[in-house]
Design a binder for this molecule. Structure first.
Ligand SMILES: *[C@@H]1O[C@H](CO)[C@@H](O)[C@H](O)[C@H]1NC(C)=O
Ligand SMILES: *[C@@H]1O[C@H](CO)[C@@H](O)[C@H](O)[C@H]1NC(C)=O
Ligand SMILES: *[C@@H]1O[C@H](CO)[C@@H](O)[C@H](O)[C@H]1NC(C)=O
Length: 686
């Protein structure tokens, strides 16, 4: 296979090399099974390469043709129980056929994908993993396979440190407009390489077009998809380790997306997102301009609809009932579990229980009673263009993690859900001075070095997986490019004085919130803090006396570098294999954080004011694991359920602040106003 070199990505990789240490068990290379990581990467690359076609790799193809999944029960942790179950379904022809769409929100299809995920997770060695993957790739629905393989690779200890390719290059149909794909097909047929421009969907007649650079950011979609496969709502602890704080993280990731989106809107002179009301008009429609691989349209939703019951899915009233049960639980301060017992939620763990209930995940203590508000709402909203199934439309963008963030209704739904979380958080006692203080530690000064400035830059991604190959001819280079938001490098400077006579470990948390609403009115502290965007969180030993801390934007622990292109992944795996060298891709292993490019909101020509706040608290009290200071690559969402600190997401701004003077009175908290600029700079690569 011929691969193209994407120099920009190679450069990006070296810029992030500080993330390369192997000082945390979750990231250590596990080659104890003797299979080099590069081989595993190579196998995953080829299992996903042109997934709508037969395997292109001879080894894998032989496995697919000759492997007998039930021959060696001892190759599976469960003695082959899972694989026998899947084989039975295959034999009975109950599995989704190929050349048909798949949605994780469809219970039937999801359960089939999970069967395969479970088979892969039960495998005792790599050979068994790829043999099963190759075998079932030839036999089950393509998109079900992709979902199952991604999830298994994310969770299998055998696939540790394998980089999952960017989903927009594996399923390009989900992201690339039909207009562009038509050009790609033509290029393929005429054997002419092509590089095509992708425009954001819609026109300037639609105000939402101003924020399409955000909702249609493919790297952001990749982040959202990866988060969901790392924290699947359907995760059963029989598959692998319990995923800690899953419900809380569900709250936090969506809360941050909401806050980001509002900040983007303010940057573009748009109003804040209005939360969804089941009985009011849903103003913003959505037209995805994309087609499934086998021709079905991603459904369109017109503007100004009244939300309707959807046949065979749910009635609007069902959702209102679930919402009321959840509101009751919040007001009572407890939920009722399956056995009818009260479980207190008026405490730090309550948010986790609520998140599990609202999504809902298998960790929900009473799914019969609280249902699954979020998942049901995605499907109900997704079907509003055809509520009575008159046209039997395909699943909407809201019914795929890959694409949900493209639809404005996503943000309205999540604002509505966020409001429930806020109701709960606001019922917890506010932090008092003693809890917030850090004895003997004071911030003298905070400021920013370098411009807070964003710009657009074209990004090219491969469409090679979108076009079919009739024969084994060399691949043509067919790609598209789209502008992406980036920011110039800057650093946070924090001057801290430690009046203790000894070194102390500090947690430094940096947030920013828009200073004014769309009318120019300043957000009160208690409103602003709920809108805070988390910019960074890190740990630092403070020596006695003055400490000048410089933290670079590129180091932010809440972000990750964008995943390299499939071409780069192929090339690196092949180079490492042929040269017998190590694969140097560690920094891309977790795509769960936000892409670093998107660390700050867009801003505008005049500069958008943000309140920048820094909180320095007792790191020894916060720390959940050892060695936090030298450990540079945790992600604040945690990594496979390991979190750097014990404090809730969003601490210390996560609780109601009845009197903001409490923050002004503690010396270990500081705030200032900064401005974020965008001077309409667009770096083009064509
Ligand atoms: C879910 O998928 C199954 C199998 O393809 C299909 O029969 C069913 O209609 C789908 N359900 C919905 C609600 O679309
Ligand atoms: C993209 O936008 C440019 C500039 O507005 C326009 O010339 C071009 O035709 C558009 N391309 C597509 C595929 O819509
Ligand atoms: C989790 O898996 C086990 C074993 O397959 C099964 O018995 C149990 O019912 C599952 N739990 C849920 C909530 O589905």
């Amino acid at each position: 296979m011929k691969v193209l070199v994407v120099f920009a990505l190679v450069a990006a990789a070296s810029a992030f090399s500080f993330l390369g240490d192997d000082d945390f068990s979750g990231f250590q290379k596990d080659e104890s099974d003797g299979v080099p990581l590069a081989q595993k990467q190579h196998d995953i690359n080829y299992l996903l390469y042109k997934v709508y076609e037969p395997l292109h790799n001879a080894n894998l193809k032989t496995l697919a043709d000759t492997f007998d999944p039930e021959a060696h029960a001892s190759d599976y942790r469960d003695g082959g129980v899972a694989v026998l179950k899947l084989l039975k379904e295959l034999e009975d022809h109950t599995l989704e056929e190929k050349q048909h769409y798949y949605s994780v929100f469809n219970a039937t299809q999801r359960e089939q994908a999970i069967l395969l995920t479970n088979v892969l997770l039960q495998c005792q060695d790599w050979k068994t993993v790829i043999s099963n993957a190759a075998y079932f790739r030839q036999r089950i629905n393509e998109e079900e396979f992709v979902y199952a393989l991604y999830t298994a690779a994310k969770h299998s200890p055998l696939a540790k440190n394998v980089v999952l390719p960017p989903i927009y290059e594996i399923l390009p149909h989900f992201f690339t407009s039909n207009e562009v794909l038509q050009k790609a097909y033509k290029a393929k047929i005429t054997a002419t390489p092509g590089k095509f421009v992708t425009n954001f969907t819609g026109t300037p007649n639609n105000p939402e077009y101003r924020v399409a650079y955000f909702t249609e950011d493919i790297g952001l979609s990749n982040h959202y998809f990866n988060w969901h496969i790392e924290y699947p709502f359907w995760w059963n602890d029989t598959f692998g380790p319990h995923i800690e704080r899953k419900g809380e993280t569900f709250f936090w990731i969506h809360h941050q997306l909401n806050n980001r989106f509002d900040a983007e809107r303010l940057s573009n002179h748009l109003d804040l997102v209005q939360k969804l009301h089941w009985d009011e008009t849903l103003h913003d429609g959505f037209h995805p301009h994309t087609l499934y691989k086998y021709g079905s349209f991603f459904p369109v939703r017109p503007d100004d609809i009244h939300i309707e019951n959807v046949d065979h899915v749910a009635e609007v009233h069902d959702l209102v009932v679930l919402e009321n049960r959840i509101r009751d639980a919040i007001d009572h301060g407890y939920i009722i579990d399956k056995e009818g017992s009260k479980v207190d939620i008026k405490n730090e763990e309550g948010i986790d229980i609520l998140g599990n209930i609202i999504e809902s995940s298998l960790y929900s203590p009473n799914v019969e009673y609280y249902g699954s508000l979020n998942n049901l709402a995605h499907v109900l909203l997704g079907h509003q263009g055809d509520p009575h199934d008159k046209y039997h439309e395909a699943p909407s963008v809201l019914e795929h993690y890959e694409t949900a963030i493209r639809d404005p209704a996503f943000y309205q739904l999540h604002k509505y859900i966020d409001d429930l979380f806020r109701k709960h958080k606001d019922r917890l006692p506010p932090y008092n001075k003693e809890e917030l203080e850090f004895h003997g530690v004071a911030i003298n000064n905070i400021n920013i070095d370098g411009p807070l400035e964003t710009y657009l830059e074209d990004y090219e991604y491969s469409l090679v997986n979108a076009v079919d190959d009739k024969d084994e001819v060399d691949n043509l280079e067919i790609s598209t490019y789209i502008p992406r938001l980036k920011h110039k490098d800057f650093s946070f400077n924090v001057d801290i004085i430690n009046n203790n006579n000894v070194d102390v470990l500090a947690t430094i948390r940096i947030f920013a919130w828009p200073h004014r609403d769309s009318n120019g009115v300043i957000f009160p502290f208690n409103e602003g803090r709920w809108r805070a965007i988390e910019l960074d969180k890190f740990f630092k030993t403070l020596k006695p006396g003055e400490n000048h801390i410089v933290r670079k934007s590129v180091e932010s622990s809440v972000t990750v570098p964008d995943v390299p292109s499939i071409n780069t992944l192929h090339e690196k795996a092949e180079a490492a294999l042929s040269g017998g060298s190590d694969l140097q891709l560690d920094q891309f292993v977790s795509a769960t954080g936000l892409p670093n490019r998107l660390l700050i909101p867009k801003g505008n020509e005049a500069g958008v004011e943000f309140k920048l706040v820094v909180a320095v608290t007792d790191g020894a009290a916060d720390a959940a694991i050892n060695g936090l200071e030298t450990f540079k690559k945790f992600h604040h969402y945690g990594y496979k359920g390991v979190y750097p600190d014990k404090k809730p997401h969003g601490y210390p701004l996560d609780r109601h602040v009845p009197d903001e003077r409490i923050f002004h009175d503690i010396p270990n908290f500081a705030e200032t106003i900064v401005k974020v600029f965008n001077h309409n700079e667009h770096i083009r690569h064509h």
